[in-house]
Design a protein around this ligand. Structure first.
Ligand code: ASP
Length: 331
């Protein structure tokens, strides 16, 4: 409830200026009616863009970018903020459990050279994005799942933690009374953070991290840690990432599709819209799920589009930071 209220208030792009030393000259762009449109035509970098209104995460990423850091570090540092936020119940610690009461985390990361790493259904580790980066950098593999991922994390020095907070445990107990798997359309169930960044050299990286759908079946993995589905980066073209009903994103390999559409000449906005349309073409008459895509191209132009009203995405650059209300397929 609290988050819904916050979303409503912030979707008009009225978030306050963040007072950090490196940002004293930044101004928030406050033009609710034009925010999405204006942002979509902007060509600028360094820049970071992320799903939903994650001001703290994008501020952290911007801190890295604006002090000369690279896009990959910005992504890891940025999304970690959400993984550590126990009030975000679909990412990291505090995430909603599966129907057996176990919190399992999914994440992936991709760099400018097309290197990538992912962890799937990993338990007991607080920062899956960092483990995913280790998979990318320190193993010959792209994906590690379940106990193998957890074991690898311990070997790399990650600590065992309890990811199930009291709040998420109590809500799960409540859910068990009906045990009805009915994902809620917007932010309460979809705070997955997907983030894309371009650094001062013009290089692109991306990351995506989630605890997945609340009360999913044990072992279920969605789109978020799947390279091409929840995230894709091609440093020559751009990047895309997703939030929402992972099964549907996987079916269209959504993020890869969007990057390929940009390769064919579409703007990030046009590519996101086409990505959503492809999904809806396979789901005629369905109006009960949400997916939001965001994309960025090599010039730093951005776009975002979703199925249901309510999705927003945040950008942070020298120009300031904006929470962009996304246009939607369903009005
Ligand atoms: N995409 C995530 C998944 O399907 C969930 C979400 O974004 O809320 O696991």
């Amino acid at each position: 409830m609290k988050r819904r209220k916050f979303l409503k208030n912030s979707s008009t792009a009225t978030a306050a200026l963040v007072a950090t030393p490196f940002l004293t000259s930044c101004k928030e762009e406050v033009n609710p009616s034009k925010a999405g449109v204006a942002a979509n035509t902007k060509a600028i970098y360094p820049i970071v863009i992320c799903t939903w209104d994650f001001l703290n995460a994008s501020t952290k990423a911007w801190e890295v970018l604006s002090s000369g850091g690279n896009a990959l570090d910005a992504i890891e540092q940025g999304v970690k903020v959400e993984e550590d936020d126990v009030t975000n119940q679909t990412v990291g610690t505090g995430g909603r459990p599966d129907r057996d009461g176990t919190v399992t985390l999914d994440a992936c990361i991709m760099d400018k050279d097309g290197n990538c790493g992912a962890v799937l259904a990993m338990e007991n580790i607080a920062n899956p994005i960092s483990v995913a980066r280790k998979v990318m950098e320190d193993t010959p593999h792209v994906m590690l799942a379940g106990q193998g991922a957890e074991q690898f994390a311990y070997e790399k020095g990650f600590k065992k933690v309890n990811l199930l907070t009291e709040q998420s445990r109590l809500e799960w107990w409540e859910w068990k009374k009906t045990s009805e798997y009915k994902p809620i359309i917007n932010i309460e169930n979809h705070d997955t953070i997907g983030m894309l960044a371009i650094d001062k050299n013009g290089d692109i990286a991306g990351g995506c991290t989630t605890s997945g759908m609340g009360y999913k079946m044990a072992g279920r993995v969605g789109d978020s840690p799947i390279i091409g589905a929840g995230l894709f980066v091609d440093n020559e073209i751009g990047g895309a990432t997703a939030t929402g009903m992972g099964e549907e994103v996987v079916r269209t390999v959504g993020s890869f599709l969007i990057v390929e559409l940009m390769r064919q000449g579409k703007s990030p906005q046009e590519a996101c819209e086409e990505g959503v349309k492809r999904i809806m073409a396979k789901n005629e008459g369905r109006n009960d799920f949400q997916i939001g895509f965001i994309a960025i191209n090599k010039k730093g132009e951005i776009g975002g589009y979703c199925i249901q009203p309510g999705f927003t995405y945040r950008t942070y650059s020298e120009e300031g930071h904006i929470n962009n209300p996304s246009e939607s397929y369903v009005s």
